[in-house]
Design a protein around this ligand. Structure first.
Ligand code: NCD
Length: 366
């Protein structure tokens, strides 16, 4: 955790001023995006706004193909040989179970060797090293950095620092503060397209819970610009309504959306319901305690209102917002959603290393 950096009297890397970075960080996203692409391809995955429909469709296809290939021993061996000369660093400053494990598994599927740092007390930042130098050091050893950090913009900064590095190293944002979680949004899209009849186009998606501080719903909302005829309903308590920047984005892209605190009335016309937990790690003064979250819970009674074809999703971990009795309902797809994460992340990594053609050219029968 960054707090541990306070152990060194001269050190507070988050606060260390870097005017060049700060002026880059303040730029509009459309101005920044080219920095993280080369030859019309993404080099880093930092923001959901980097993805267009063509790339989303390609990644979903690649993920499908890879899960098919690994059904045979021959196919599994083939994938494991693809990136056996590469190394990745998993750098996670916040707790994680599934994002960490799915990225670790994705690397293993592709034969990538993995180093990990999950406790910043073990890094040289505690000796007073700047974060810029720590990041440059990672880049000396690995070809890919997969990073989760509690400070919004931190992962972007790491990628920006590496633009002037001596080796090309891709950075993947595995969750940055309450800001973005683009690979969660990819797995959500993959899941929606797999289980909704006819895919996501033309569907009604209901996002529920702490929409103000949940990074998954923010990234997923950005991806909606890639789908035709989608409409959104945001169901949240007054204190945790979706932030105005996302609503403005939806307005700019003419994506119909509405806000309510009445979950029951939205269920019967939903195609997908996306539940989230209260994000109390972002509380500044106990605001989560003051909110009655129970109207934003789903149990079997609420499931009875949901159409037969609809799906119930959750990025997980859950608390009380989905009753465990609901797990048996075939419309509850969150455990499958979790596994889809491993496959779409495998596809993303293969794409970043330009392995799409090799994968698609391989057929499982060998
Ligand atoms: C989410 C996250 O970390 O933002 N979890 C995840 O990556 N699957 C959601 C959450 O923690 O509530």
């Amino acid at each position: 955790m960054l707090e541990t950096c306070a152990q060194h009297p001269k050190m507070n890397p988050a606060a260390a001023p870097n005017p060049e970075w700060e002026s880059f960080y303040r730029k509009d996203i459309t101005e920044k995006l080219p920095t993280f692409s080369r030859d019309g391809r993404l080099c880093d995955c930092l923001f959901a706004q980097q993805f267009d429909r063509d790339l989303l469709d390609r990644l979903c296809r690649l993920a499908d193909h890879m899960r098919d290939i690994t059904k045979t021993r021959h196919g599994d061996d083939f994938l494991r040989g693809l990136l056996a000369n590469k190394r990745a660093m998993l750098f996670f400053s916040q707790p994680s179970t599934r994002t960490f494990l799915s990225f670790m598994s994705a690397c293993q599927i592709l034969g990538i060797r993995v180093l990990e740092i999950r406790d910043l007390k073990t890094s040289s930042q505690v000796k007073g090293e700047s974060i810029e130098d720590t990041i440059r050091t990672f880049a000396a050893y690995v070809d890919l950095i997969i990073m989760r950090h509690h400070t919004p913009g931190f992962v972007e900064k790491a990628s920006w620092v590496l633009q002037t590095g001596h080796r090309p190293v891709s950075v993947i944002n595995a969750g940055s503060g309450a800001d973005q979680h683009p690979t969660q949004a990819l797995l959500d899209i993959y899941t929606l397209n797999r289980y909704l009849p006819g895919g996501l186009d033309g569907k009604h998606l209901v996002m529920v819970g702490d929409l103000k501080r949940g990074r998954t719903v923010r990234s997923l909302s950005y991806l909606m610009k890639n789908y035709q005829g989608v409409r959104l309903t945001f169901v949240a308590p007054e204190a945790f309504r979706m932030e105005p920047d996302i609503l403005a984005f939806l307005n700019r892209h003419q994506i119909p959306h509405r806000e309510t605190d009445d979950l029951a009335s939205t269920l019967k016309e939903a195609d997908a319901v996306y539940m989230t937990r209260i994000q109390d790690e972002h509380d500044a003064g106990g605001e989560s305690q003051r909110v009655d979250y129970s109207p934003f819970h789903i149990g079997t009674a609420q499931m009875a209102k949901l159409p037969k074809h609809a799906v119930l999703m959750h990025p997980l971990p859950r608390r009380e917002e989905i009753h465990p009795d609901v797990d048996k309902d075939p419309r509850a797809v969150y455990w499958r959603q979790e596994r889809n994460g491993m496959w779409i992340r495998t596809a993303l990594i293969a794409y970043l290393f330009r392995m799409e053609k090799a994968v698609l050219g391989h057929h499982s029968e060998g």
